[in-house]
Design a protein around this ligand. Structure first.
Ligand SMILES: Nc1nc2c(ncn2[C@@H]2O[C@H](COP(=O)(O)OP(=O)(O)OP(=O)(O)O)[C@@H](O)[C@H]2O)c(=O)[nH]1
Ligand SMILES: [Mg+2]
Length: 327
């Protein structure tokens, strides 16, 4: 079977699903996201052919800081403006957070009847690096389907989460008083990616100290990384306290991005495009390597190396050169 032929026909059907999604068909959008998750390379040309005008908001931070509660509260606030909002929850790869996901479902239940809200979780399970590669494409799909805001919630503070929010226009880092100290947040790389720092659980003790510490540290970190100003917002997500201020901070950051005919936005999206291609390269290279490992040519080289007719590095290079174009 020629893989190129399969791809071409799929691309055609993806185009029609995509067209329907852009026209507002939510079932088609859901299908499109499924294709993106399993076959990003097939979906990519159609998805990329269309643009939108969404503010992509990444929400990240340590476990239990209140990201999901805040996302839900933010959703309510944004819907108050009567613009459509999409939420992309990047499911935890860890099996231990299964309970939290159930909690999120219950929390989000009140939004499910709202036709102006579209929610989707992308799962990490069963993919090897494929998850991160499909997220930026899913974001563009949601943007082209006409959402004014796309919220991406991630769990944890690992490199994978930081990689994911790099695709956002505005990164919101959610912390809570007493989560280690500010230095810990800095070490985790959270401060340098934050456009807005939310100190949630502002009803808890230690608030003033945490906020002051973050303010000091963030100025230090940010000064050398980016020029856009950062806001620190204190919230009580369970009570909608500080949410209007968060909304203001989001819109102020959007204004900064759009200054000078959108220079900063273009710069960010350029960086995101580079990262996206890097992900795609990683996935494609891995796929091709696996195809080579499955080929008779590989078995042939194993014999040749074992019998010392060639050496492992020469064999590897030969496999790349002779096998690569066809896999
Ligand atoms: N006191 C207080 N509790 C809060 C606040 N925001 C969230 N919580 C509670 O903190 C707990 C964790 O909130 P989540 O929204 O699930 O936190 P999360 O960051 O999404 O957690 P993970 O998805 O597990 O990383 C829940 O019991 C919330 O009800 C707040 O502002 N004040
Ligand atoms: Mg959560």
């Amino acid at each position: 079977v020629n893989p190129t032929v399969i791809r071409k026909s799929d691309t055609g059907s993806v185009r029609s699903v995509h067209r329907r999604a852009v026209d507002g068909d939510r079932n088609a959008l859901a299908r499109l996201l499924t294709v993106i998750e399993s076959e990003p390379a097939t979906a990519s040309p159609a998805v990329w052919s269309n643009t939108g005008d969404a503010q992509i908001i990444g929400i990240t931070g340590p476990a239990g800081a209140g990201k999901s509660t805040l996302t839900s509260a933010l959703l309510t606030q944004l819907r108050g403006k009567d613009l459509p909002v999409a939420v992309l929850a990047v499911d935890p790869s860890s099996p231990y957070t299964g309970g939290a996901v159930l909690g999120d479902r219950l929390r989000m239940a009140r939004h499910t009847l709202d036709p102006g809200v579209f929610m989707r979780s992308i799962s990490a399970r069963g993919h090897h690096g494929g998850l991160a590669a499909s997220v930026p494409l899913a974001i563009r799909a949601l943007e082209s389907a006409g959402f004014a805001y796309v919220l991406i919630e991630t769990v944890g503070v690992g490199q994978a989460e930081i990689d994911i929010v790099k695709f956002a226009d505005t990164v919101v880092v959610v912390l809570a008083p007493g989560w280690g100290d500010g230095v810990q947040a800095m070490k985790a790389g959270l401060l340098e990616i934050a456009d807005i720092l939310v100190v949630n659980k502002a009803d808890r003790p230690g608030l003033a100290q945490t906020t002051a510490e973050l303010r000091a540290l963030h100025t230090q970190v940010r000064g050398s990384v980016d020029h856009s100003p950062v806001s620190i917002v204190e919230t009580v997500a369970t009570d909608d306290k500080g949410l209007p201020e968060l909304l203001d901070a989001l819109s102020a950051h959007r204004d900064v991005l759009l200054q000078a005919s959108g220079a900063l936005l273009r710069e960010r999206r350029g960086r995101a495009a580079a990262e996206h291609i890097r992900f795609a390269l990683g996935v494609e290279m891995e796929r091709r390597r696996d195809a080579i490992l499955d080929s008779p040519a590989f078995a042939h080289e194993v014999t040749a190396v074992t019998e010392r007719k060639t050496d492992p590095w020469t064999a590897a290079l030969r496999l790349i050169i002779t096998r690569s174009p066809e896999v």
